[in-house]
Write a protein that binds this ligand. Structure first.
Ligand SMILES: [Zn+2]
Length: 83
């Protein structure tokens, strides 16, 4: 969901599509993500993942998060409710 002005202060100084990086072992970069478990096994479960993207206001610092694949996540979420 992209807006052209900050939802908090109304500024148009918005920084779009920033990756949110988590530094893992050996400083390996990983995108911070959400995940939904779509199978209910003891081992080797499948997950639907969505990398978080941030939109940052360059005036007040408000950060809005979004994912690129909301429909995939929604479908996965509906599946989990049937398990
Ligand atoms: Zn702002």
């Amino acid at each position: 969901m992209k807006s052209e002005t900050c939802s908090a202060c109304g500024s148009s100084k918005l920084i779009h599509d920033m990756r949110i990086v988590d530094f893992g072992h050996g400083n390996a970069k990983n995108d911070l993500s959400v995940e939904i478990k779509t199978t209910d096994r003891v081992l080797f479960n499948k997950f639907e993942k969505g990398a978080l993207k941030a939109q940052i206001c360059g005036s007040c610092g408000k950060v809005d998060l979004s994912v690129n694949n909301p429909h995939d996540l929604w479908t996965a979420y509906l599946k989990t409710k049937k398990l």
